[in-house]
Design a binder for this molecule. Structure first.
Ligand SMILES: Cc1cc2nc3c(=O)[nH]c(=O)nc-3n(C[C@H](O)[C@H](O)[C@H](O)COP(=O)(O)OP(=O)(O)OC[C@H]3O[C@@H](n4cnc5c(N)ncnc54)[C@H](O)[C@@H]3O)c2cc1C
Length: 511
């Protein structure tokens, strides 16, 4: 695997002279490292903190620790900072979602607004370029923040050699090693493969292929009706693909989405042209022909059906990524789902090694990873930190958007909690009416006795922004009455939020 490391103080035998033996230059300036080896000036010293993985979890922890004055090194193997989120996740998918929505709106939603448009054409290559511009601007921005906060950035793959030492296989050749008093593992996640289907990122793709297709497939089958599958399905459906989503469960959106909201969302996406096969399992596929044949049958068993697709998107979830890290060698443990095991302070059983983000417990979300990045740095520098896992919002960036925070109705029922519910439709909101964008509702769930908010679920325009208010309310333990008695500007979509709180605590005015 790894060739010999450059020792922390490189011995003379590894160095070759420059400038001739008679040079009067002092030896330290007179020698350069051998061609195959590259050293870092800092490798001789032990860092306060070494972070493995420069994704959202890792880079945020590195910056926060750098701000507190720690000597920090961050190792990232991708060649760009920002991890899955910036490079192949949140950011590129949202760029495509935004621009495909604009394209779709211009095609289908201009006439009644008094806008006559001419010939509308898709320039997919330019849409991909716009996505890449957003991505590269943001990843370079993090490199700048590293410099600003004195975080050393090493481009390479890290692996444990002992409890304090990370061997790094450098991206541009050679190796080095870094020692850390504290080490954070933030190596993220990868798409879960579907047994029997070989991912080639062209015909059978993960989300990474779905953000980089070079032409619009005529037919696309999406395996998995969770957020990533529905977002990417929305993009290609808007651009002209015939998209069929196959979902094993009886509802879309994954287990966090409220049943009522999921049903409404499915109705709205169906209206936009997407097809759904719920309670359906994929039995296997054949990609030997020009198109891919996918065998499906009812989840409870039944007649088989053959689906035909130019492209199949496998979106059945993500799993922790720790390959090649050598964590077993130093005695760290992963559970049966591959998540590295930690305590409340993100510590493994080796207390100076902590784990954050997608490669450990909790929802695989960028803002959860970011919260943990701040908290873990605070645990190291101050001895305390804060993440409220009960108030982490989820957003699906379809149109309309779907967003929620806290508990949903099915969870409250299962936990036998006495709750009340109130909702308000965007069709009764003045701003939504003005914008001709009235689909969806805001729904509150609150404790039946105390009125304390337990969950907020929205499908509607700008739901992803609106959920921040619900998250703040939940974080502060607000009641529906607190929200209902707070003035909201008119005319705004957020008035629907206030009215839904009113409907839960008392009665809405405008519905
Ligand atoms: C298509 C898609 C869309 C998404 N959209 C959203 C969204 O809208 N909102 C949201 O909140 N979340 C979204 N997510 C999830 C989000 O991207 C992740 O939750 C987030 O990136 C997790 O951050 P992380 O730092 O834990 O891991 P990652 O971002 O995966 O970063 C881990 C990094 O570690 C590096 N690494 C791994 N092993 C090593 C090693 N041995 N040495 C050095 N480096 C290593 C990897 O190269 C990677 O860059 C989306 C994900 C996908 C796939």
């Amino acid at each position: 695997m790894f060739r010999a490391m450059v020792p922390r103080a490189a011995p003379r035998s590894l160095l070759r002279p420059v400038g001739g033996a008679q040079s009067s230059i002092r030896p330290s300036a007179f020698y350069v490292l051998d061609r195959s080896r590259r050293g870092y000036a800092t490798e001789a010293e032990e860092k306060d903190l070494v972070v493995i993985g420069g994704g959202v979890a890792g880079y945020v922890a590195a910056i926060k620790a750098g701000q507190a004055g720690l000597k920090v090194t961050c190792i990232e193997k991708r060649g760009a900072l920002g991890g899955t989120c910036l490079n192949v996740g949140c950011i590129p998918s949202k760029s495509l979602l935004n621009n495909s929505h604009m394209y779709h709106s211009i095609l289908h939603d201009t006439k009644n607004r008094g806008i006559d448009v001419g010939d509308v054409k898709l320039n997919l290559a330019q849409m991909m370029k716009a996505k890449e511009t957003s991505v590269s601007g943001l990843t370079k921005g993090i490199e700048f923040l590293f410099k600003k906060n004195n975080v050393e950035y090493i481009k390479g793959t890290g692996a444990f050699t002992d409890e304090h030492t990370i061997a790094v296989n450098l991206l541009d050749g050679g190796e080095t090693s870094v020692k850390g008093k504290n080490i954070i593992i933030a190596t993220g996640s990868e798409a879960t493969p579907f047994p029997g289907l070989t991912i080639d990122e062209e015909k059978i793709i993960t989300s990474t292929g779905a953000i980089a297709l070079q032409k619009v497939p005529k037919k696309m089958v999406v395996i998995g009706g969770g957020i990533i599958g529905l977002e990417m399905g929305s993009v290609w459906s808007r651009l002209g693909s015939e998209v069929t989503v196959v979902e094993f469960l009886g509802q879309i959106g994954g287990p966090g989405m409220d049943n009522e909201i999921a049903k409404l969302t499915q109705k709205l996406l169906t209206k936009q042209g997407m097809k759904f096969k719920l309670n359906t399992k994929v039995m296997g596929g054949d990609d030997s022909g020009e198109t891919v044949k996918i065998n499906v049958e009812a989840a409870k068993g039944g007649k088989e059906e053959l689906l035909d697709a130019d492209v199949v998107l496998v979106a059945i979830g993500r799993r922790p990524y720790t390959a090649g890290l050598n964590f077993e060698k130093i005695g760290l443990e992963a559970d049966d789902k591959g998540r590295l095991v930690i305590d409340q302070e993100f510590r493994t059983k080796i207390p100076h090694i902590r784990v954050i983000g997608d490669c450990t417990f909790g929802p695989m979300l960028a803002h959860k990873a970011e919260e943990e990045g701040v908290a873990v740095a605070e645990f190291i520098t101050k001895g305390y930190g804060h993440v409220n896992y009960g108030a982490i919002p989820s957003v699906m960036y379809s149109h309309p958007e779907v967003a929620w925070v806290g508990q949903n109705e099915q969870e409250l029922k299962a936990a036998d909690v006495k709750y009340k519910s109130g909702s308000f439709p965007f069709s009764a909101n003045s701003r939504a009416k003005t914008n001709l964008d009235t689909e969806g509702i805001v729904k509150f769930l609150a404790d039946a006795e105390t009125d304390r908010i337990l969950g907020v679920h929205i499908v509607g325009p700008n739901a992803g922004e609106m959920i921040a208010e619900a998250t703040l309310a939940l974080e502060y333990g607000a009641s529906c009455e607190d929200v209902a008695r707070t003035s909201h500007a008119h005319p705004t979509l957020s008035e629907a939020f206030k009215e839904a709180a009113m409907a839960t605590y008392d009665k809405a005015i405008h519905y």
